[in-house]
Design a binder for this molecule. Structure first.
Ligand code: MN
Length: 719
């Protein structure tokens, strides 16, 4: 196991001013936390985070990343808490460890269900600091290196995941060496036979071709030198996985696969790259269609190189990459090398400058969001997509993917419609939170439920998922119907009472065919809505009843006398006589205009009052969810005006009010009422009720008023 001083030394080798004390603290803390925990191999667990840290020192990462690597399993696997990590190591390392803990939980989740795509999205969404991804990649690399201790089923799953997610991720981040190792290790575990066969063949070919590689290297070096180009030429065999992929892609056998050698020609300048290319092409015949110039057209991840394939000595196809030293560093070590190169290679202290280290980290994040071919462009698009998503968990660890901006209400409906309909509160990460909280990636959400609830209609305009919206609409419709049914029953009970006939559900059911309704509920709701007259119902149940052809008329004399309310039928019983058109009015204090998000408040007997959703008056109805009615504008701004109210602060000078009125008139607003109150020596408050076509119109007027010198401020008033 790596000793404490070894870890520090590894970091100091590339970063002499590294925070030694921090590394020591992390080492001791993780060692104590993991204690005697063992890995599947039987080794002490603590060896694992150290190996992960060691891998990252090879990438020359900053000490915060190294410390986070040492600590990466403490929160999930030991008694250590995030609070403690934050306190001991500061918020930066705390955030890294937090990200790693969340990703680790994701591992557990993905085991349970095939949520691969979500998994990948969440991985990237959680890792808003690319260093989290780097530690995760190193973690995965070490786990892959020690995979043989795992049971076969687990091995297969982890290898698949590595090949699908982690290896490509390493590639995108420019860490090709790590990508190749991850690929080979996955391949080895997923298809041990094919892996064995290919490595055996590769060994044989190498034995035969050793001379060939040397020959080509020597030959090329000499030819370039003759033209005055000092070049470093190196040949290498391809990796087993890349050979395998090529065999699969081209459906060729290993014997047919000739270009299993790649040569790299490293020169000093870009100019020399092209001169070297000329020499190569005049020495050996080139294979058509294999020439690519990534120097004149670099890949978006800044990869630059010339690729070509020639028929070399012994009719052997040879792949060649020609590039400068700087281009080579970028290709091998990712964007880190690129940034370092630009700033001068020989100054070791440059890494002490943390902000520079961050620059390339940040750039790597940007790179993750870019692509360099159509396939990667798709990936890029997907990446954008997941920036529009948040991923949350149920307390049992189920992953729920939601659009960004989603609330616990959306979450509840995503889990189950019943959960949404009965939601009354929630806990986010164990803490009670409002149902309108915007959810964050990795949140664990627990919905508090109460039976017999109806979701407030106002929720419909606050949720972001279609499922929640549709369910809320359905549930509120049901609630509204229930309300009409109740009203209908009241109306009928009184009507039967006045007619002197007993009212009973059974009797009413018997009359359903005569009323042409399917159920008792239908009749009650129809009466409640005013679509059916109570007198008709009485006559349907008691055909002998001669109470006239309508309750309104026949009731009048009796009704007036009975409850002393004059026109008892219409004033005593609300909504009677209405058809489906509810009387509608607009919020008396401020109105509402098309373009506003609106909600209706039902006042039995009066109808519905329309409020903009932001109206303060709505608070008064918070405890009466049954009165909230889902309403929407069902017309475009048409030939109708709507009331609105604005409040201005105007400078006290002659003619200022005239100027204000002029602006409104010029913009086709109608002033209904003006209220003025002098506030100070200099200012007057002016409240104006006006009518406008829609919100856009109103906003245009407000904007124009704001531009006036005599107006110091303008606000819209909404109840
Ligand atoms: Mn780990």
């Amino acid at each position: 196991m790596m000793r404490q001083y070894e870890l520090v030394e590894r970091v100091k080798r590339y970063n002499p001013s590294a925070d030694e004390a921090l590394l020591n603290r992390a080492y001791v803390y993780a060692m104590m936390a993991h204690g005697n925990q063992k890995r599947a191999s039987g080794d002490l667990f603590f060896g694992h985070p150290l190996e992960v840290a060691a891998i990252l020192t090879e990438l020359k990462l900053d000490e915060a990343t190294i410390a986070a690597a040492v600590l990466h399993d403490t929160v999930e696997d030991t008694e250590a808490t995030l609070e403690e990590i934050n306190k001991t190591f500061g918020p930066q390392i705390g955030a890294l460890v937090d990200g790693l803990t969340k990703i680790k939980r994701l591992d557990l989740v993905s085991k349970r269900a095939a949520q691969g795509e979500n998994f990948r999205k969440l991985l990237l969404a959680i890792a808003d600091d690319v260093r989290v991804l780097l530690v995760k990649l190193a973690d995965r690399l070490h786990n892959m290196r020690t995979l043989q201790f795992m049971p076969p089923e687990k091995r297969k799953r982890i290898a698949e995941e590595t090949l699908d997610i982690y290896a490509p991720l390493a590639g995108r981040m420019g860490i090709q060496e790590m990508r190749e190792e991850l690929e080979d290790l996955s391949f080895q575990n997923l298809d041990p036979e094919a892996y064995e066969a290919i490595t055996r063949h590769l060994r044989e070919v190498t034995a035969k071709a050793e001379k060939l590689v040397e020959e080509i290297e020597r030959d090329l070096t000499a030819k370039l030198q003759a033209q005055g180009i000092v070049a470093e030429v190196s040949g290498r065999q391809k990796r087993p996985y890349s050979v395998w992929r090529k065999m699969e892609r081209k459906s060729v056998s290993f014997e047919q696969l000739s270009d299993i050698f790649g040569f790299r020609i490293i020169v000093g300048t870009t100019d020399q790259c092209y001169r070297a290319l000329g020499i190569v092409h005049t020495t050996w015949p080139m294979v058509p269609g294999r020439y690519k110039d990534y120097i004149s057209t670099p890949k978006q991840n800044d990869y630059r190189s010339i690729h070509t394939t020639v028929i070399g000595p012994g009719r052997q196809r040879v792949e060649l990459q020609i590039r400068t030293d700087e281009m080579d560093q970028v290709a091998e070590h990712g964007i880190a090398a690129h940034a370092l190169y630009k700033e001068g290679v020989n100054d070791n202290s440059r890494l002490a400058n943390e902000s520079r280290a961050y620059q390339w980290l940040r750039r790597t994040i940007d790179l993750l969001a870019e692509g360099d071919n159509p396939e990667e462009f798709l990936e890029h698009t997907k990446l954008e997509l997941f920036h529009d998503q948040v991923f949350c968990f149920t307390p049992k660890g189920r992953l729920i993917a939601l659009p960004r901006g989603a609330t616990p209400i959306d979450f509840a409906y995503a889990v189950h419609t019943d959960v949404g309909n009965t939601a009354v509160g929630c806990k986010i990460n164990g803490r009670v939170a409002p149902l309108l909280t915007e959810l964050q990636n990795g949140d664990e959400v627990e919905i508090v439920r109460a039976d017999g609830q109806t979701p407030p209609a106002a929720w419909e305009s606050l949720v972001v998922t279609g499922k929640a919206r549709a369910s809320i609409r359905r549930a509120t419709r049901t609630a509204v119907r229930r309300q009409y049914t109740g009203l209908g029953r009241q109306i009928l009970e009184r009507a039967f009472e006045r007619a002197g006939r007993p009212f009973a559900d059974d009797k009413l059911k018997g009359a359903l065919p005569r009323l042409a309704r399917a159920s008792l509920e239908d009749v009650l709701a129809a009466v409640g809505r005013g679509e059916m007259f109570s007198g008709d119902v009485v006559r349907a149940v008691y055909p002998d009843y001669k109470g006239g052809d309508g309750m309104v008329r026949s009731d009048k004399p009796n009704g007036g006398g009975k409850d002393g309310s004059g026109d008892g039928a219409s004033s005593g019983i609300p909504i009677r006589g209405l058809n489906a058109d509810m009387p509608i009015r607009f919020a008396p204090e401020g109105g509402a205009v098309p373009g506003d998000r609106i909600v209706g408040i039902l006042t039995p007997g009066e109808g519905v009052t329309i409020y903009p959703i932001q109206s303060a008056s709505l608070a008064a109805f918070d405890n009466e969810p049954d009165r909230w009615i889902d309403v929407r504008w069902d017309f475009e701004s048409g030939p109708q005006r709507f009331p609105a109210r604005i409040k201005l602060q105007s400078i006290n000078e002659p003619g200022s009010l005239a100027q204000i009125a002029q602006v409104i008139a010029d913009h086709d607003g109608n002033i209904d009422n003006v209220n003025m109150r002098r506030r100070t020596q200099d200012f007057t408050d002016v409240t104006i009720d006006l009518t406008v076509w829609d919100l856009k119109h109103l906003n245009a007027i407000i904007a124009e008023l704001r531009a006036k010198r005599v107006v110091s401020r303008v606000d819209r008033v909404t109840g």
